[in-house]
Write a protein that binds this ligand. Sequence first.
Ligand code: ATP
Ligand code: MG
Length: 169
Amino acid sequence: MRALYIGRFQPYHLGHHAVIKEIASEADEVIICIGSAQRSHELDNPFTAGERYLMISKSLRDEGISNFYIVPILDVNWNAVWVSHVESLMPPVDVVFTNNPLIGRLFGEKGYEVRAPSLFNRKEYSGTEIRRQMLNHEQWGGLVPKAVVEVVKEIDGIRRMENLRRSDT
Ligand code: ATP
Ligand code: MG
């Protein structure tokens, strides 16, 4: 069985990590699509597709997981053709794992089996909450895999976000 998991991963956190570890243990292969791949250097989307690619691949390798493939996906802003767009870029999959109702609906309408993975500590393991903590210099490091802390440090990510918050007035 080949499974699909889609997210923006801004940043990749322990909620995503727990779900993907679970899927990787059940499925032969997991295809991880990085959505909104073209977005970066925005407060809601601070990291590039390549940086998110590093966060995901290093975190999974650190756990000894290797049955995954990462595919960046650009936005098309056209829900009715979005599944075909994703299909044109990813390997064929049998099952789609998502908690996002729109993603589930769009793949379901195309005949895919859609499953909802369990949520892990959704209050803290949340991209929005982690970005807020990053900007406020709070304890976000405990909410992401160690490799993500290292990537954010390598790219000077917190300073990038502080810079994005500034205005020119
Ligand atoms: P943001 O707050 O920026 O939207 P997010 O934490 O929701 O970030 P996404 O990249 O938007 O992360 O989510 C990708 C997928 O991961 C979605 O299907 C989402 O429901 C799921 N997800 C997010 N947080 C958790 C969690 N703590 N446990 C399980 N699944 C999660
Ligand atoms: Mg989300």
